[in-house]
Write a protein that binds this ligand. Sequence first.
Ligand code: MFK
Ligand code: FAD
Length: 510
Amino acid sequence: MSSSPMLDNYRFPVVHEGSPSRGLLAGLLHRYKAPPSVVQDIARLEAKLPQYQEWADDAERHPPQLVQYDHWCRRVDRLVLAHGWQELKKEVAREGLIHLGYHTPSKTTGRLHQFTKLYMASPYFAMVTCPVAMTDGAASLCRAHGLDEEFDKLTSTDPEDFWLSGQWMTERPGGSDVGNTETVAEPTDRDGEWRVNGFKWFSSATDADISFLLARSRIDGKLTPGSRGLSLYLARVRKEDGSLNGIAMHRLKDKFGTKSLPTAELLLSDVPARLIGEPHKGVKNISPILNITRLHAAMGVSSYVHLCLNLAKSYASQRVAFGKLLKDHVLHADTLARVETTHRGCTLLVFHLVNLLGKGEDGDAQAQKLYRFLTPLAKMYVCKTGIQDILECMEAMGGQGYMEETRMGKLLRDGLANCIWEGATNVMALDLLRVMDPVFFRDAITTILDSARGDSALTESVATVERVLAQFATTLQAIQPTSMEGHARTIGFTMSELYIAALAIEHAVL
Ligand code: MFK
Ligand code: FAD
């Protein structure tokens, strides 16, 4: 078919156009005082993105396969993963995507470095970002519990030495409510060793080397019901010879998205495992993983929106409709501006949390408390609004946005998982109620707004946030404690918007 003369000047947006190393992200690196070496390293990574995209496309075209039997009909449960997947996994080690969060003298700088690189790479990284998130959470647990050998592996920069960690919580009777866990751990005669039997319904890092898991502990012959009967265990997924360690891969999941990710159902039969931390404190003991992966989930969606918005803006600056470029149609420009506004706000919140995570790890107790408070907000708000934003960007590219070649559909499908895994939206809203402290929240916002009080251009904005904050406090007081649960989602969304408004004002000053 001949090309249309009208299209001769069109350029399909290249994948890395409008890279995050410029604009908003550059402002954030400045805001959080990234040293020049970090900025240079991030700029260097940008050149690798087209290669990452090729590997990610390969992983998408060749989804994981499970070979359950060899030619003698022996059960082998061998995962076949794409070349692109394997290469991206090696990049996790080479680029220090876990390492940077742990082996930098200032954790505040290390976390900024790590998450900025992840933000850039995520849309081009297949779903390797999923095991990365769990491995990051697992590394923090290993550090806390003195599991030195595992810690060194999970944070290694050598692809041959590097390990991934899984996280096995969800079972058939309940994923949000892990108190329904059926898996049982029994002590053995060997000191510190337990045997685990059960069925884990979702395991996404199925190519992992180790996994943290929850199981009901049989202690003095007794099982305690509910979540208070669960303990945290660490298992080696494979034996020294590479064969599975009491694990059978029941089947791979047939998912709506995250097609490159090997999510499996696992049957555990006498899996050797170590008890980590006190028994019967499993949920509490595994929660440091949750509190890290939830930030990864928010960051991931925000990075997807970033790419989609760049594509939509590029399209609008080239596509002519009704006699002028789409970007010059006021309604289209307004549509994209709305996406840009929510997206910028969400990115500010994500990097605020990255900063708090690092500061908390550097020993700042106030930062630790604020991080715990804001994580469920970021997970629920950024993931949910981000999905709406991706949809809007897709529509802004018309029929072409719906085509697989733009990869927006893939990002939408993959991004959606972030609303569900690591705690769905309502579960995040209920988690917020666990740590709810209106005075602490008000004080945190007031501290942020203080940075803008000397700026006359921002006086009205500061006053608006304070007015809405006061109204919110009054509304909150009027809610009966018994009906708080029913309002948890609305409360969470309102608090997110208030906090983001304050961050946007602060960002305008800096
Ligand atoms: C870019 C990609 C990134 C992500 C990739 C991820 C791939 C997918 C991996 C998964 O999805 S793994 C499975 C994730 N599963 C979840 O996130 C479960 C969601 N459900 C919840 O979070 C429930 O709220 C919860 C399981 C925690 C309910 O458990 P309980 O035991 O019924 O709750 P309870 O009794 O309130 O809490 C027990 C203790 O844990 C309490 O402490 P105390 O013992 O001192 O009283 C809580 O305060 C504490 N706790 C609960 N959540 C916490 C926490 N502590 C700190 N942080 C938290 N988030
Ligand atoms: P349910 O618990 O049945 O929840 C269903 C809905 O009910 C949710 O929307 C939830 O918000 C809502 N709900 C639940 N309780 C309440 C309440 N009290 N009040 C109001 N609403 C409520 N899990 C792992 O352990 N390891 C993995 O590696 C892993 N990988 C995954 C990969 C993918 C692609 C997906 C989609 C999931 C994965 N999961 C994994 C499972 C995931 O963590 C769970 O699906 C999730 O936690 C929700 O649990 P559930 O599916 O049992 O849903």
